[in-house]
Design a protein around this ligand. Structure first.
Ligand SMILES: [Zn+2]
Length: 331
């Protein structure tokens, strides 16, 4: 009996110590948790950046808008494109979306801070300038004596004055055509040919960057001929989503850059000049569709749809481009 009790006791102590040891043994090697380094040193979240300038953040996926009382900043995650009050900039580093936060690397963040401050000063100065004449305005003229209103006929129907700003926007036939940055006041549509037989947006993007030293493809749209993209496929260049000016129609002789600044560049793949070819019917169909939508969306009249050769010293888009037939489609 005594031995058995002792055995039971020993067993109980052993079990208890095992219970103690197992969790203790598991816990022992865990090192003390070190607080993660603050990420602020090499990047800033959009929320942190916005807080600096009392801005509100609206995340629309492709575009993150930081709106302050005077200045609006737009970031395009996954790209190095930003805009400050409608002016587009290309950064050296990419804006990234990580763990649900938009991260602005420190160099761009500093750059953006400077732009925001500069714009703010500019806007403040403009406001001040507008205020001066207000202060100097003479006192309002005495109101005319009221006449009996009985004679005034009631308007039979409301005055149908259209307001441009609230007119509904036509939906793009292809969702990728709709820009996601601030709208610009585009005045022209400039038609080009690529002056080679095979190509696509990627190819000309590479050429424009590597050979011309531009930051990206100069055209806003490229319409394929079935060689390196589908026949009639409309490819959207990197400038279009952020509504950046084009690089396709500078008049070097006159130093005239307005067709780049305010002209939408559309390029059809093909050589319609010396090459002797004509655009494919799928290309022309796509061009009519795209041009029609752009004209409607930006209020561009038919006479402002021009060929490259109409504004610059070039043969582009070539003598075999069916210009008259195309114009007939624009009404
Ligand atoms: Zn051209």
């Amino acid at each position: 009996m005594g031995i058995r009790r002792a055995w039971v006791l020993t067993a109980a102590i052993a079990a208890a110590s095992l219970l103690y040891l197992v969790p203790a043994g598991m816990a022992a090697p865990a090192p003390r948790k070190v607080a993660p380094k603050p990420a602020a040193a090499d990047s800033l979240t959009a929320t942190e950046f916005a807080a600096r300038f009392q801005m509100r953040v609206a995340d629309q996926g492709n575009c993150v808008t930081l709106r302050g009382s005077l200045v609006t900043v737009r970031l395009y995650p996954g790209t190095n494109q930003v805009s400050v009050v409608g002016d587009a900039y290309t950064l050296k580093d990419t804006i990234q979306r990580k763990d649900g936060a938009i991260r602005i690397p420190s160099r761009p963040a500093e750059f953006l801070s400077r732009q925001v401050l500069a714009k703010r000063r500019q806007m403040m100065a403009q406001r001040q300038a507008f205020k001066v004449p207000e202060v100097k305005l003479p006192p309002p003229a005495p109101r005319p004596v009221r006449r009996p209103a009985a004679k005034k006929p009631l308007p039979t129907k409301p005055t149908p004055k259209p307001i441009r700003a609230v007119r509904p926007r036509p939906a793009a036939p292809d969702s990728s055509w709709a820009p996601f940055a601030t709208d610009r006041r585009w005045k022209w549509i400039v038609i080009h040919h690529s002056d080679d037989l095979e190509g696509n947006a990627d190819k000309y993007d590479r050429v424009h960057r590597e050979e011309n030293g531009w930051d990206s493809l100069g055209y806003h749209f490229v319409i394929g001929n079935g060689t390196m993209s589908k026949d009639g496929e409309v490819e959207v260049g990197p400038r279009w989503p952020i509504q950046k000016h084009g690089a396709h129609a500078r008049n070097h002789e006159l130093g005239d850059n307005r067709y780049n600044e305010q002209g939408i560049g559309i390029c059809l793949v093909g050589d319609f000049d010396e090459g002797g070819r004509r655009p494919t019917s799928a290309q022309m169909k796509a061009l009519v569709r795209l041009t029609g939508w752009l004209m409607q969306r930006y209020d561009i009249p038919a006479h402002m749809v021009i060929r490259h050769c109409d504004c610059c010293d070039t043969q582009c888009p070539g003598k075999h481009f069916p210009w008259t037939a195309f114009q007939a489609h624009l009404r």
